[in-house]
Design a protein around this ligand. Structure first.
Ligand code: NAP
Length: 440
């Protein structure tokens, strides 16, 4: 079993972006892709709405994104299908189809989805013999033939445009008269001489001999048989991310994974991005944005988890994960006050970087009573005793502190007698040092 900070599953635009950021942050990350790197980009001829590239082929953009991430040190493993993701304490265990396993503190799922099928007679039988779900992959096999595209969205129009390079005639079959594809794509495709829109119409059957030769289409209550050598189906896409989990992962009624604004799913340490996530748009731009957010949050989550594990080795994984999800990070410059004597005690803190001085006011002014270094926790006295802070804590170097609210603190100590005892002992030791005043 290999251990990683982060495992990214899926090598489309979202996965490659997450990988780029992870590699640049020096995280121990690996990306698994079941097929070639590029995801849906490989099924797309031209991309014309990715800022900075007026027009670029999907394959070229995929290659550029892959090269960019590997240049910064990302480990990419294509042809490595993942079978399932499960939790083992606060580790995520990734089991590959070949039976090998990997462990990671966090997982970003960017596995996209698969094409929706028409579900009509002949579709399955002729898949690979004239029925296709990828014009870029198969279009060139149909040079000079009459072809059909089914669907009325961006994919149908985008792929239809690609097929006009090969098709003698192209029929666009859509179940409504209005199309949902972007206007610019509609104008381009429907303005072409060899293209005929057949609407409102539904495909009833696809048939032929060794290859597709015809399809039956119902329009206005009657069935027409249209001669075609190829039927390209683009009627949408169904997400596959949730099938990787045995345990429940929140998803909408169509199977898209639900996340918050940080791309977190309901399973701590599991993030979802791109086309497998429930959201308004499925664009390269949104996939890239999702992944940026996810990996920046995951980086913080992993760091916090490691700090919590070091500070509270006896706490259960579930409790640690829960508290990490509640925590915030605060940063202080040298000289800034972290806690002020007399303020209400509403949080518990763990220093992760820097140093601080614990100071109390006395008859001769403020004096240092102790110091705080990375790994130390503080702020427990006021929370346990219900009194205001009994000391001022001031950063003496640029410092970073994890802040847990009062409810999280209670959850942490109530779930482990060992933690409770340790925090209690620390409070007593500190109180002994400062002469019994309760508070910070
Ligand atoms: P989509 O936008 O969901 O469109 C699916 C089309 O298929 C719709 O026109 C729908 O009809 C039709 N349809 C659905 N079920 C059907 C059925 N059972 N029988 C017949 N027709 C059916 O899917 P998509 O075109 O694959 O696009 C997916 C996402 O990727 C979209 O968000 C899209 O914007 C994005 N995309 C963007 C670009 C781009 O250039 N920026 C390119 C490709 C895809 P109704 O309209 O009647 O529902």
């Amino acid at each position: 079993m290999a251990d990683h900070d982060l495992v990214i599953i899926g090598g489309g635009p979202a996965g490659l972006t997450a990988g780029l950021y992870a590699a640049r942050a020096n995280m121990k990350a690996i990306l698994f892709e079941a097929k070639d790197i590029g995801g849906e980009l490989l099924n797309t001829d031209l991309i014309e709405d990715y800022p900075g590239y007026e027009s670029i082929t999907g394959r070229e953009l995929a290659e550029k994104m892959g090269a960019h991430a590997t240049k910064f040190g990302l480990k990419i493993q294509p042809y490595s299908p993942v079978k399932k993701i499960s939790s083992d304490g606060d580790w995520k265990v990734i089991t590959m189809e070949d039976g090998t396993t990997h462990r990671a503190h966090a997982v970003i799922v960017t596995v996209g989805g698969e094409p929706i099928k028409l579900g009509v007679p002949g579709e399955e039988e002729f898949h690979g013999r004239g029925v296709s779900y990828c014009a870029v992959c198969d279009g060139a096999f149909f040079k000079g033939e009459d072809l059909a595209v089914i669907g009325g969205g961006d994919s149908a129009f985008q792929e239809g445009l690609f097929l006009t390079r090969f098709a003698r005639k192209l029929s666009l079959v859509h179940r409504r008269t209005d199309f949902r594809a972007q206007a610019i794509l509609q104008d381009r495709l429907l303005g072409m001489e060899q293209v005929t829109a057949i609407t409102p119409a539904t495909v009833k059957e696809i048939g032929g001999d060794t290859q597709v030769r015809w399809m039956d289409v119902e329009r206005n209550g009657s069935i027409e048989r249209i001669s075609v050598g190829g039927v390209f189906v683009f009627i949408g896409f169904k997400p596959v991310g949730r099938h990787l989990f045995d345990e429940h992962i929140d998803h909408d009624e169509n199977g898209y994974l639900l996340t918050d604004q940080y791309m977190r799913t309901n399973i701590p340490g599991v993030y979802a991005c791109g086309d497998t996530r429930a959201q308004l748009a499925k664009q390269v731009t949104t996939a890239v944005g999702d992944a940026t957010t996810a990996v920046l949050h995951a980086e913080r989550y992993i760091e916090e988890l490691k700090h919590m594990r070091r500070s509270f080795p006896e706490a259960t994984s579930e409790v640690l994960e829960r508290e990490v999800e509640r925590m915030t990070v605060k940063r202080y410059l040298a000289g800034q006050t972290i806690i002020r004597e007399g303020d209400p005690a509403d949080s518990f803190m763990i220093m992760t970087k820097g140093a601080a001085s614990v100071r109390q006011n006395g008859p001769n002014g403020e004096r240092e009573v102790s110091t705080i270094k990375p790994g130390d926790f503080f702020g427990e006295i006021g929370l346990l005793s219900g009194t205001p802070r009994n000391a001022t804590i001031r950063a003496t170097a640029p410092s970073e502190v994890l802040v847990l609210d009062a409810a999280g603190f209670r959850d942490l100590i109530e779930n482990s007698t060992e933690t409770k005892q340790r925090v209690q002992t620390s409070m007593e030791e500190r109180l002994a040092k400062v002469g019994g005043k309760t508070g910070s």
